[in-house]
Structures are given as C-alpha cells and as structure tokens.
Design a protein around this ligand. Structure first.
Ligand code: COA
Length: 148
C-alpha cells in the first residue's frame, strides 16, 4: 500500500470527502455539512490521505461533548478498503480526541453492517444498546457501541 498520513480535514479536502460520502451512504452528507463541521471547535475532523498526492482515502468525524466523543461519520473509499486504513484512522482520531479530553467514545452502526461492527469490536468497542428504527433508507435498527 502507498504511504499515507492522517491529519485534520481541510476545506480543500471537502470535495473529495463528499464524493466518497456520495457513493457510500444512502443519505449522504453534502459538502456544506462537512464545511459546517469544520467550523465547529467541538468537532474532530480527520482524513487519511496518500502521502504521494494528498488524495483522500478515508475520513472520520467525531463530535465532543465534555468527556464524550461521538463518532458520527466513518468511511474509506471503496478502492482503498481492507488495507487497515479505517482501523489506523480511528486509532489516530481517538488518540487526538483523548488529547482534547475525550475519555469515552460512542457511535451508532446499522445492525447489518458486519464490516463496521467487526472494525469497532477490534478497537475495543462493545454493544451497549439498540436504537429502534434509527436509520432510514432503508429503515433499520442501530447498535450503540461504546469504548472506554
Ligand atoms: N468484512 C469483514 N470484516 C471487515 C470488513 C469486511 N468487508 N472490512 C473491515 N472489516 C473488519 C475486520 O475485522 C478488519 O480487520 P482485518 O482486516 O484484520 O480482518 C477490520 O475491520 C479493520 O479493517 P480496515 O481495513 O481498517 O477497514 P477499511 O479501511 O476497509 O474500512 C469501513 C472499513 C467499514 C470503514 C469501510 O468498509 C467503509 O467505508 N464502509 C462503508 C461505510 C461504513 O459502513 N461506515 C461505517 C458506518 S457506522
């Protein structure tokens, strides 16, 4: 795999981030949603980029509320999956979050999303509850997963 780095998302990354989002999710965030997120002090917006050409390979957004980090968006571009990018990107994001005072992390995940559930379990997240009909398009329950 080509060398990559993790860093804070910049405005110039947003078109690439939104393009990955568009082909990944049924209710994708728009470019403006990501730009709004960049303006909030309480949000950690991380991208994984190729060191060679700064191409965005994946992204992770985490919202802070006091000592809690809520991981709200994680994706890796389809061509770059199964290379350990999401695992390393989440580890990096959680380390950065801890430096900002986050002690526990939680997230919601579709109960059918086995790849993501395995990813989170591998990082130490555990199922802590279930939210009925949390998702639309298609309607589905979410596992609430917590780490820390
Ligand atoms: N099937 C089963 N397990 C999988 C998997 C798959 N397709 N993809 C990842 N995993 C699990 C494995 O345990 C893997 O460890 P291993 O490779 O040692 O077996 C671990 O996750 C880490 O995998 P990694 O290569 O870091 O994941 P990735 O970079 O491919 O990204 C997702 C994983 C879930 C972020 C990616 O598939 C994706 O973007 N999916 C669509 C968006 C999404 O579902 N986001 C999460 C919303 S809550």
């Amino acid at each position: 795999m080509c060398p990559m780095i993790f860093r804070e998302m910049r405005e110039t990354d947003v078109p690439q981030v939104a393009a990955i989002e568009q082909v990944t999710f049924s209710r994708p965030w728009k470019q403006e949603d990501f730009l709004d997120s960049l303006k909030l002090d309480s949000t950690l917006n991380v991208v994984a980029v190729s060191e060679e050409d700064d191409q965005v390979l994946g992204y992770c957004l985490c919202y802070q509320s006091f000592e809690e980090g809520n991981i709200v968006n994680v994706a890796v571009s389809e061509e770059a999956r199964r290379k350990g990018i999401a695992r390393k990107m989440l580890q990096y994001s959680m380390e950065q979050g801890q430096k900002r005072g986050m002690e526990t992390f939680f997230l919601e995940v579709r109960i059918s999303n086995e790849p993501a559930i395995r990813l989170y379990e591998g990082l130490g997240f555990e199922r802590a509850g279930r939210r009925k009909n949390f998702y639309s398009a298609p309607v589905e329950d979410a596992w609430i997963m917590i780490c820390g």
